[in-house]
Design a protein. Structure first.
Lengths: 313, 217
């Protein structure tokens, strides 16, 4: 009822869909940086969508199984013997390796029975900054033994579904992606053309809190003194340096920098695939379209979920 | 207290949240209670700041955005008696000794006071927790005496120790855990402000009043 982390790689953490209801106490949402990928992988192995899995960063990971399990993963173009978005069976003693991704930065691995760590503040996600939740509040290390829960169908793992998830859900990394944005509240104080007409480079100090970008400076047309207010994953802040930051799941709950724009929710999976050195562009869409795209994806997801459960029944 | 409230302003924060802008912190905290009590379909959670309230929602769970906004409008105008914000007075014992008060000299110099006078002035007033943010359990306190307003460091410190009491411009607060920061550290408290194993996980909540007491240790 465990997996052995033979090689933990650069940054492997236990994550689920994140920690809601605690933002008012300064606790980050956290969770898988691509919650959609995590829940799709969970469904493919017969878990609840909110089960805890692993978030892997830039590969170099090897995991050994000690009993029979189904696995599925989604994310960047990683070198893995199992294709993304399909369930595969692992037996006791089997190992799976995640090599370096050709494109992208992260992937999410679901294991039938789920990662079994204590629920802290309503979630099993690792909060790296505040050092709680997940596996001892930290990233996994070589040699860790991580407990698993019982698979749904008793000891032997559930039957493998012949279904696979749509490619745009399971392979989210793109070369030089264009992320769609909606206007932020301080859009007007910048020359927004400076954001949408050029490309930006991802800098090495990017992390789970945010993707830091380097490009032509975004000068402010006027100086404003803002009081801090809520920010969210996807918010694009512009600090005094004029270099934008795209906030991700571990971002702080309130911030005082001007918000030029927000990456739309359905494009956050692609933002989570950006790694240092990558190029990214932005394109504006109307807010109503952003909401509509999200509603559509949620409908498609519900159909996928129902289809899978009917197939298993 | 003036009864006329400026028009409530609701602005989108991306495609899954809105920010409700209100005249002051009292109104922000009251609006949080009102909106939570109204149980508006689609609302996931609220996060107050100084004079605003972040409202996070599920776009798939709302009928129309305009209707959702008007539901928020009417909830925040309701006369909900349960929306009263209870305000506890919490005393925070603190040391202002030289070893922990890394920037007390700087603050004193800026205020043209002696370090002792700075501490006396700082401890004489009552603060109010406007909101919790930055890191889990970090209280943004309002009420700093004008004389103690001190600009932040141009280059933030790599690490400010846990429990540090600090001044950043007109704001003051307490670092619950060690973290980078640009505020001026004037003291330290041994009190634990954030414990993930408690629910709620924080000692101080928005709306609470805070007084610092000088410990001799």
């Amino acid at each position: 009822m465990k997996i052995d982390i033979v090689r933990a790689g650069l940054l492997t953490t236990v994550q689920d869909l994140g920690r809601t209801r605690y933002r008012q106490f300064g606790v980050s949402l956290g969770g898988a940086l691509d919650v959609h990928a995590m829940r799709v992988a969970n469904l493919l192995v017969g878990n609840d969508e909110s089960a805890a899995g692993l978030e892997l960063t830039l590969g170099g990971v090897r995991i050994r199984f000690t009993d029979e399990r189904l696995i599925a993963w989604c994310g960047g173009e990683f070198d893995v013997p199992v294709p993304p978005g399909h369930a595969a069976r692992m037996h006791a003693g089997d190992e799976i390796s995640f090599g370096q991704p050709k494109i992208g930065c992260r992937s999410w691995l679901a294991i039938s029975g789920a990662i079994e760590v204590p629920i802290v503040l309503g979630s099993r996600s690792t909060d790296l900054r505040a050092q709680f939740g997940g596996f001892e509040g930290r990233a996994l290390r070589d040699g860790d033994a991580v407990s698993l829960g019982r698979s749904r169908n008793g000891g032997a793992a559930a039957a493998i579904s012949s279904w696979s998830a749509p490619r745009e859900w399971t392979q989210t990394a793109e070369d030089e992606p264009t992320l769609r944005i909606v206007r932020g509240n301080e859009w007007e104080i910048f020359d927004a053309f400076g954001l949408t007409s050029v490309h930006f480079d991802v800098t090495p100090d990017s992390n789970r809190m945010g993707v830091r970008l380097d490009g032509p400076e975004l000068p402010r047309k006027e100086d404003v003194d803002l009081t801090s207010e809520a920010v969210a994953p996807g918010t694009i802040q512009v600090p005094p340096s004029g270099q934008p930051i795209v906030l991700l799941g571990d971002c702080q709950t309130i911030g005082g920098y001007p918000k030029i724009a927000h990456v739309i929710t359905v494009d956050l999976p692609r933002a989570a695939q950006l790694r240092p050195g990558d190029r990214v562009r932005f394109r504006e869409v109307p807010l109503e379209q952003a909401r509509e795209l999200l509603r559509q994806r949620e409908n498609d997801y519900r159909c996928f979920k129902t289809g899978l459960s009917l197939q298993r029944a | 207290m003036p009864r006329s409230r400026a028009k409530i302003d609701i602005v989108p924060l991306g495609d899954s949240a809105v920010v409700l802008r209100v005249p002051n912190n009292d109104a922000a905290l009251k609006a949080q209670r009102q909106i939570e009590n109204a149980q508006i379909a689609g609302v996931i959670e609220c996060a107050p700041a100084y004079d605003s309230l972040g409202i996070f929602y599920e776009p798939g769970a709302i009928e129309s955005f305009d209707q959702f906004v008007s539901q928020i409008q009417s909830a925040s105008k309701s006369r909900d008696r349960r929306a009263k914000v209870d305000s506890r007075l919490i005393e925070i014992p603190a040391s202002f000794n030289r070893e922990v008060a890394l920037d007390l000299g700087l603050v004193a110099q800026h205020a043209q006071l002696s370090p002792d006078e700075v501490v006396d002035l700082y401890c004489r007033v009552e603060y109010r927790v406007a909101c919790i943010g930055f890191t889990p359990g970090f209280p943004y306190l309002i009420g700093l005496p004008k004389k103690l307003i001190t600009p932040r460091h141009a280059t933030p410190r790599k690490e400010i120790p846990a429990g540090s009491i600090a001044i950043g411009g007109h704001q003051t607060g307490i670092y619950p855990s060690a973290s980078p920061g640009g505020w001026n550290v004037i003291g330290r408290t041994p009190v634990q402000l954030f414990d993930p194993n408690n629910d709620p996980p924080v000692l101080l909540r928005a709306g609470d009043r805070v007084r610092f007491t000088r410990s001799t240790s």
